[in-house]
Design a protein around this ligand. Structure first.
Ligand code: MN3
Length: 249
């Protein structure tokens, strides 16, 4: 009985703490930040950025992404970026309305906000871009746009894999929707992303892949290509497609 009451209370509190910031966010920000986009970032009542739930078990992506890598990546690397991002904001006395406007002026905010803010947000995306039910090919508008802008899904796949495979050092490969309405593939160093004012290629992220060694070294050691090849089996095209739909909507 006591336990049940506790669970009921915490469920209500839990819903309240999640709902309050999202209502505030939807009032303050543009219409673009709804649905899939809005689900990417959540904040505490004090404005601190929260590490989102993974949404699946550490071993759910086996054999393509191993459980040990997922656990360390999520609980150590991403948790570290999250806490350092909040610390960097506090130290700089920054109180961003939302992370998207923060990225638009990130070049003026110092290396710690840039690196840890990027590390926080890029991984929020990355966890969503993977699913135990992933793989296959996109459908709908995103599938049509990929065929139009890259020739075919196979050509896009080759380009994205080659871009991720040849990126020198730590960073991420991106599929993004540019301001010209066309899809592009690029790679960016460290924790930069295409929403940042300092990125040479700007646009809305549609898909990414982490090519830092911590994303694959335990399972694949130096063979980044095997990790990239495996990634195609877990890509959550439904989520990528919903980001695209919202961006063009
Ligand atoms: Mn990483």
């Amino acid at each position: 009985m006591k336990k049940r009451e506790f669970l009921k209370t915490s469920a209500i509190l839990g819903a309240g703490t999640v709902l309050a910031p999202s209502i505030a966010t939807s009032c303050m920000n543009s219409a673009a930040q709804t649905g899939a986009t809005a689900s990417l970032v959540s904040r505490g009542e004090d404005g601190t950025y929260l590490q989102p739930e993974l949404g699946y078990a550490f071993d759910a992506l086996e054999p393509y992404v191993d459980a040990r890598t997922m656990e360390i990546h999520y609980t150590k690397h991403h948790a570290g970026y999250t806490s350092k991002f909040n610390a960097a904001l506090e130290q700089a006395d920054l109180h961003p309305t939302d992370i998207y406007s923060l990225f638009k002026t990130v070049s003026t905010l110092g290396a710690s906000v840039r690196n840890n803010g990027g590390g926080y947000f890029n991984h929020n995306l990355y966890w969503k871009f993977m699913s135990p039910d992933g793989g296959g090919e996109p459908e709908g508008k995103l599938a049509e746009a990929i065929a139009k802008d890259f020739g075919s899904f196979a050509q896009f796949k080759d380009l994205f894999s080659a871009t991720a495979g040849s990126h020198f050092g730590s960073g991420w490969a991106w599929l993004l929707l540019g301001d010209d309405g066309k899809l592009q593939v690029t790679s960016l160093p460290n924790q930069d992303n295409p929403l940042m004012d300092l990125s040479p290629v700007k646009g809305t992220p549609i898909l990414n892949i982490d090519v830092w060694e911590h994303a694959y070294y335990l399972k694949h050691q130096n063979v980044r290509k095997d990790y990239i090849d495996a990634y195609w089996n877990v890509i959550n095209w439904k989520f990528a497609g919903s980001l695209y739909d919202e961006a063009v909507g």
